[in-house]
Design a binder for this molecule. Structure first.
Ligand SMILES: [Zn+2]
Length: 298
């Protein structure tokens, strides 16, 4: 891949403060090997990738069969485990986020090929999806037999449309964070639930793998959240924090990818132990490798 021109941010993409400081340098181990830095905002605490790809170039960082093979066709032990785990995971996710709420209309933002929406559909929910990638969007349309919108079409969604909006490892990829969160606030019903799954850089697996922690995933991940920061952002948009659920399989998956980046011998065995320990330690700290945050619209 030829050198791609990036944008250097001189202020925080959330609060616009120029008081930002440079932290660790992280490489794009997944695709380009380019180097990016983690910056943190001294004012609001957000950690963000800097520089970041230009909007028109973002797609280039996803142009890898590898990115889709996470979900479908790749052979080998890791993709196999991933697919099996995903099946179980989807059902668990659905149960967690729907239990105790009356939910009819569901929107999945960044729905990919529609796996989560498919589970919702089978349970009789009215489903809607948004997906930027045209390949994934068309596939989702075909499978689900519903219209899937491009993110640019979000504005045509009427106010207070949904009982449940989900973003499964999506918010960290969204170019305009402020706009996305205010859109969530606009299109969710009062009392409705927004579900945001995010990697946790304060987890034990992040501590072990440091710069090679696969869930940094720069520059695809433009932001790196912790609980305090995401809560503050959502509160500023009229959401109150609800339940938080662990994603216990993510510690294993992220550790396996990280071991691949390290090219270590017996990587799978090491990854298993790190993943296992990460979940044990998180019982006290709450910092699982990934967390599912839920928010209720006030
Ligand atoms: Zn800030």
């Amino acid at each position: 891949m030829e050198q791609i021109e990036n944008i250097v941010l001189s202020k925080c993409p959330w609060c616009d403060s120029p008081d930002i400081r440079q932290g660790s340098k992280i490489h794009d181990y997944f695709l380009t090997r380019e180097e990016f830095s983690l910056f943190s905002c001294n004012s609001c605490g957000l950690v963000f990738t800097n520089p970041r790809p230009k909007l028109e170039n973002l797609g280039l960082y996803y142009q890898s069969d590898k990115y889709y093979s996470h979900t479908s066709s790749q052979v080998g032990i890791i993709p196999f485990i991933y697919r099996k785990v995903k099946e179980i995971n989807l059902k668990t996710k659905f149960k967690q986020v729907t239990t105790g709420s009356v939910i009819n209309k569901v929107l999945d933002i960044g729905c990919g090929t529609g796996d989560f929406l498919n589970v919702c559909k089978k349970s009789g929910k009215e489903i809607h999806g948004i997906e930027p990638d045209s390949k994934a969007r068309n596939l989702a349309k075909e499978i689900l037999k519903v219209e899937i919108l491009h993110p640019d079409q979000s504005e045509k969604i009427p106010d207070e449309s949904f009982d449940l909006i989900t973003m499964w490892h999506v918010l960290e990829h969204v170019p305009d964070l402020k706009k996305q969160i205010s859109e969530l606030s606009r299109i969710i019903k009062k009392g409705g639930k927004v579900v945001i799954a995010l990697p946790v850089y304060e987890s034990y697996d992040a501590e072990v793998y440091k710069e090679k922690w696969a869930a940094w995933d720069v520059p695809r991940h433009l932001y790196h959240f912790n609980k305090a920061v995401i809560n503050k952002m959502m509160l500023a948009n009229d959401f109150k924090p609800g339940n938080v659920y662990p994603m216990k399989w993510d510690s294993f998956y992220v550790s396996m990818l990280s071991e691949q980046y390290l090219k270590s011998a017996f990587g799978i065995v090491k990854a298993f132990f790190v993943g296992f320990l990460s979940n044990i330690k998180a019982r006290n700290s709450g910092n699982y490798s990934s967390l599912v945050y839920t928010f209720i619209k006030m």
